[in-house]
Design a protein around this ligand. Sequence first.
Ligand code: SF4
Length: 388
Amino acid sequence: MNWLDSAQLRAALQAGGHTEAEQEEEAESILINSCTVTKRADRQVRQEILHAMGLQKKVIVFGCGPKVEKKEWEERFPNISVLPHKEEVIEYFGISKDQLEFPLHDRTRIPVAIQTGCDNKCTFCITRIARGKTRDFPKEKIVRHIQQAEKNGIQEIVITGIQLASWGCGNSLKYPEKSQFATLLSYILKNTNIPRIRMSSLGPQFLNDEFFNVLKNPRICDHLHLSVQSGSPNILQKMNRGHSEKEIYEVVKKAKQIRPNGAITADIIVGFPGETEKDFQETVTMAKKIQFSKIHVFPFSPREKTGAAHFPKQISSNTKKYRAQHLRQKAEELRKNFFHTQIGKKTSVLVEERETGFSTNYIRLIVPKGRSGEIRNIQISQNNIKHT
Ligand code: SF4
């Protein structure tokens, strides 16, 4: 979503007659799109601002950081412009908001946002504060964007959002089974010809029977990225995730029945307040049982305005570091195991650059003489897997 915000802004500014400087020294203004998901991300943004200020440029910061704490940013950096929303940034440059359309360029894959915001109340999450309440985008607009992408030769879209699988739930996140996400996917499949549809992070509780029916369509990539966060029932409850560990196992079981070669990837937080060694081991066990092919491991980062930052039994940074390292090592082994199970299988690869690309089940493969944007059917072997 963050990438998409920058891309929209870039396209709107270019449409308004501005050009992107190749070197920051040549720029008149430096725009910084901030991320506040962890303390580390926040720190990096602050460093970028100081660096830009040192270049004596006009500095504008926008995005999730100032959306959460505009006043604090203004007080801390009185000489820069703090404009939380991208609409404010383009207005600052005298450009109409109508220019904030769907950005297109020569990428082979492009994210398409179907909603923004989230009505869940996960106790660790600052994103829901930054992004606000759920707003679903109309299906006609989504399809129009995908058709535009198709016309521009893009071969794969990544369905994107903050809590995308909740599309169509309205204000009833208490009833996740009412999600219309699968209905939206069917509508996209019917009204577009884009060859590949990938989905970004999915909340397991929203994946109903209709979803698994749609998953049978070969245009949907062999890849589910799940927002898992923990394998411990105790911690999932403290996180207020809105799903249990049993639902995660259930979703994976159904997905594997339909897509036996599908990749299952996950986001996991370690060192959440009160996480015992037993809780952590339950997460490791889940990773092994499910055989995730990739895990994004995040050590818990307390964000001041969230409940979990004030929970008792905060975990020491050493333990967080140790658990993150341990899980990352395990994830690396599982990733290799997954690659091993795929050797000899045929797959389709979307070639990106330097003669490599991703298979539908998210393995980076070498495609000799592959041209960017081309979809090639190849057999996976020890030699064509690109380990990165
Ligand atoms: S589901 Fe939870 S973690 Fe994800 S955006 Fe919503 S509140 Fe945040």
